[in-house]
Design a protein around this ligand. Structure first.
Ligand SMILES: Cc1ncc(COP(=O)(O)O)c(C=O)c1O
Length: 400
């Protein structure tokens, strides 16, 4: 009889030869348990998904209630489904007035695709500006936004009309012109290794977009729902985008994403052509119920209020000879090591010691820390002890 691991390797698509291969039994709160009963601190939240920890009671209760009522009934936007409407209302109540209309999807990359289409349709322009070292998803349009052409070569031809600028470079804002349909940008560059905006950069992007009539599309798929210490990072950095893209932590562990903008802009999908964008499963009632429970917990339990204090504690504790710097925005953190060679040892040994951290797509000197926002101060202290022990282990590898 083949083991589950062997069946996994035979029948589940593999995206690299270096899979983490952790065989999951269950997950609760900030912990994941493998089939041997070993307990791990989840210091990644499934890449910024499980911000409330795993199986938060608000989310589980909301899912159970919805299960008693109905699952899927009809493609998105055709039937009036209470869980969708209630979630859209709660969500928009927590946003600025111009972000009042929600289009639900199942994943982040679909949200980006829709934002690209909506921008083209609404501005009647086709040029799109994205930032170097940004990741916006893996479907054709979103993937075309990737600046690493060595990677994209394998998937040519890409969507035309896309140019790249360097995040935080003010001079390069001049590439945003009257021909630009949209600037698609993250408030904090995630996969580049947590690069925070400096010198009011996002305000300057906002101003330039307004000046030339381009739409500012903010990808908050990783930063949204409290990750940076604000419910949404656009508030932290003092701007309001034309289109807000959210996903990941939005569903409390269930798949959901959304493109949010002003109703007038969203109507570009309603006519000429009618059904400008459609989806069968977007806004699935169970995901919407989970998302509602998730947002209710975040706001009612004031979970976001402590995030900046927790960030400070991490930063205070993560001091070690092989740690060069910690970059962070709330509990979205990159720990940069003095030498690249240490990285794989720190990540692997952290896992042996019972905590899960991860690599970034476009930074090979730093590891990612994005723990559930509900992690306690004591748990942060214990987690940091493990991380520092892993650093000492990696350092010793090269000094013995
Ligand atoms: C900033 C950002 N945008 C978009 C995406 C794509 O989201 P998804 O994987 O849900 O398609 C990701 C995923 O990592 C992301 O980090």
């Amino acid at each position: 009889m083949p083991s589950v691991r062997q069946l996994f390797l035979s029948h589940i698509a593999q995206t690299s030869d270096l899979s983490l291969g952790l065989e999951i039994d269950k997950a609760e709160g900030i912990y994941i348990y493998d089939i041997e009963g070993k307990k791990y601190f989840d210091l990644n939240s499934g890449i910024s998904v499980s911000s409330l920890g795993h199986r938060h009671p608000y989310v589980i209760e909301a899912i159970n209630k919805q299960l008693e009522k109905h699952l899927h009934t009809m493609v998105y936007g055709e039937h009036i489904q209470q869980s969708q409407v209630a979630f859209a209302k709660l969500l928009t109540d927590n946003l600025d007035d111009s972000l009042n209309s929600v289009y639900f999807f199942m994943s982040g990359t679909e949200v980006i695709e829709a934002a690209m289409k909506l921008s083209k349709r609404a501005t009647e322009r086709y040029a799109i500006i994205a930032c170097r070292n940004a990741y916006h998803g893996s479907t054709q349009g979103a993937e075309s936004l990737r600046s690493d052409h060595a990677y994209s070569q394998a998937f040519l031809p890409l969507v035309p009309g896309i140019k790249h600028i360097t995040f935080n470079s003010e001079e390069e804002l001049l590439h945003i012109t009257e021909k630009t349909a949209a600037v698609i940008i993250e408030p904090v560059q995630a996969e580049a290794g947590v690069i925070v905006p400096t010198n009011n950069y996002l305000k300057k992007v906002r101003e330039r977009c307004t000046e030339v009539g381009a739409l500012m599309v903010l990808d908050e798929i990783q930063t949204g729902f409290g990750r940076t210490g604000f419910l949404f990072a656009y508030r932290k950095y003092g701007i309001v985008p034309d289109i807000l893209c959210v996903g990941k932590a939005m569903g409390g562990g269930m798949p959901i994403g959304a493109m949010i903008c002003d109703k007038k802009l969203m109507q570009a999908f309603t006519k000429s052509p009618v059904l400008g964008h459609i989806t069968t499963f977007g806004g699935h009632p169970v995901s919407c119920a989970a998302g509602h429970g998730n947002l209710k917990a975040l706001t009612e339990l004031q979970i976001v209020d402590d995030v900046l204090d927790k960030e400070k504690l991490f930063r205070k504790l993560l001091v070690h000879p092989i740690i060069k710097e910690v970059r962070s925005s709330g509990l979205m953190m990159a720990v940069e090591l003095t030498k690249r060679k240490y990285l794989k040892h720190v990540v692997a040994h952290t896992m042996e010691l019972g905590a899960i951290v991860d690599f970034f797509l476009f930074n090979n000197r730093s590891f990612r820390l994005a723990p559930p926002l509900v992690i306690s101060h004591d748990e942060i202290k214990k987690a940091c002890e493990l991380l520092l022990a892993a650093c000492t282990f990696a350092e010793a590898k090269y000094t013995s």
